[in-house]
Design a protein around this ligand. Structure first.
Ligand SMILES: Cc1cc2nc3c(=O)[nH]c(=O)nc-3n(C[C@H](O)[C@H](O)[C@H](O)COP(=O)(O)OP(=O)(O)OC[C@H]3O[C@@H](n4cnc5c(N)ncnc54)[C@H](O)[C@@H]3O)c2cc1C
Length: 418
């Protein structure tokens, strides 16, 4: 089949690659000049099926509102809020009931495990050498942090996730560069989770996809998606004629909403913005060996090759272009608390803000829409990198009429047909 993939973030690139492996003729349409320029550009890089939790945890709405006025709060409401944001908040509130949360968490966990296997297989088959480090340490500053973790740990136990509760002394054996002056309560170690460079992997896989004859059309903005006879016809900015395909897979992140609305598909997807800073490592001996998460501030610090990346913040509403200074300051503070002097912060620091495409339940939409030829692979929220390879494999199987390796019913896009 001749298939268009709209968007060349990590989801679009992995989708294009899988479709090409299945023998389809694929064209990727991307409005930016290169792949992985938006949400997939400088994310935290965690591939952490063990510690992957949806946003809709019990008590989360209270935490969001309770933390609005605190300086270093991990969650913020950005103004102005749109009607869509308010509707999203209502749906999110409803998804936070304990039973719904456990069901969502279990589905995400299965997809993440499936995805990690596919990521490893692709990496091994193609001999891809991207920046990655094994192991994930969740640091607990106080007994209170530890107490708040307990329900989450019960979920991990139930799911059979390998983890260890550590004292601060034992945590330092795993991350010897942790600030010796920092007094903290303990840590959770997840040895099977890892951190890896999402953008680097996306660019490498894009090259591999091109070797399989996938055509990448950059600086190409899709303006609308239509049905035309038996074909899907795409309008492109600056072109007078529509481009026709047998099928199109929408992987356009947050902007998928605008493309799908005219087709009667109302997707309750919103942007939850997050931030990262990336800086050259100044002193390897003072730097993290892999990834850590400061559970109190919900900030990760990870080693990516010769750089350290600090990521965090969750901001609903407001524009992507406007950076909140306070959140960036929190990232610098947390880095300084745990690894003082590890990075060169005087010049060349990359400060970034990205938009996580988040559905209220945190469960992505993967599959048919009910409109012939129009498929979705979107809404991966804060776990798009970790879920990408499995999601792409599933959508390619579904398009090819094959049974996916993981039951895809729970991810069906048709669940939200207006
Ligand atoms: C601070 C932060 C930290 C994160 N940390 C992690 C993490 O540790 N682990 C993890 O798994 N995930 C993490 N994420 C989430 C992850 O980055 C996203 O889920 C993922 O990048 C989404 O990928 P995507 O391909 O759907 O979207 P994008 O990467 O945004 O790609 C969508 C693409 O579609 C293109 N596009 C949109 N509209 C059009 C159009 N009309 N025509 C043509 N092209 C179009 C855009 O230009 C873009 O390139 C994090 C996100 C943030 C912000």
């Amino acid at each position: 089949m001749k298939i268009a993939v709209i968007g060349a973030g990590i989801i679009g690139v992995t989708t294009a690659y899988e479709l090409a492996c299945d023998g389809h003729q694929v064209q990727v349409l991307e409005r930016r000049g290169a792949a992985a320029e938006e949400a997939s550009f400088a994310n935290a890089g965690l591939v952490a099926p063990g510690y992957l939790l949806p946003w809709d945890g019990p008590g989360m709405p209270g935490r969001v509102f309770g933390s609005m006025f605190s300086r270093h709060a991990p969650m913020k409401i950005g103004l102005p809020l749109s009607g869509r944001d308010l509707l999203w908040m209502w749906n999110f509130y409803r998804a936070c009931k304990p039973a719904a949360y456990l069901a969502h968490r279990s589905r995400l966990h299965q997809l993440a495990i499936y995805s990690r296997e596919r990521l490893y297989n692709i990496g091994a088959e193609l001999k891809l050498k991207y920046e990655r480090s094994a192991g994930y340490l969740v640091l607990l500053r106080s007994p209170r942090d530890s107490k708040m973790m307990q329900p989450g740990l019960d979920v991990l136990r139930g799911a059979g996730v390998a983890f260890k509760e550590l004292t601060a002394v034992d945590a330092r054996k795993i991350e010897p560069a942790l600030n010796s002056e920092m007094v903290f309560h303990g840590a959770i170690h997840l040895p099977e989770d890892e951190v890896a460079n999402c953008r680097q992997f996306a660019l490498m896989l894009k090259n591999e996809a091109q070797r399989r004859n996938v055509e990448f059309a950059f600086n190409t903005t899709v303006t609308d998606v239509n049905r035309n006879g038996s074909m899907v016809a795409l309008g492109i900015a600056g072109e007078n004629t529509l481009r026709s395909f047998d099928a199109a897979v929408i992987c356009a992140g947050v902007d998928s909403v605008r493309l799908l609305e005219p087709l009667g598909l109302k997707i309750p997807l919103t942007a939850i913005h997050g931030y990262s800073i990336s800086a050259a490592i100044r002193e390897p001996i003072n730097s993290p060996a892999s990834a850590i998460m400061d559970e109190h501030y919900k900030v990760t610090i990870a080693r990516l090759g010769n750089r350290v990346r600090v990521a965090g913040g969750a901001e609903l509403g407001g524009p992507t272009e406007r950076k909140r200074l306070g959140t960036l300051q929190t990232l610098y503070k947390v880095l300084h608390d745990w690894f003082p002097g590890c990075a060169n912060l005087s010049s060349g620091v990359q400060e970034w803000k990205g938009a996580r495409p988040v559905l209220p339940t945190g469960i992505p939409m993967i599959g048919a829409t009910g409109i012939a030829g129009v498929w979705l692979n979107l809404g991966h929220g804060s776990n798009g990198w970790a879920l990408s390879c499995g999601s792409a494999r599933i959508v390619s199987d579904l398009i090819g009429g094959k049974k996916p390796g993981l039951d895809a019913v729970d991810f069906a896009a048709s669940r939200l047909r207006a």
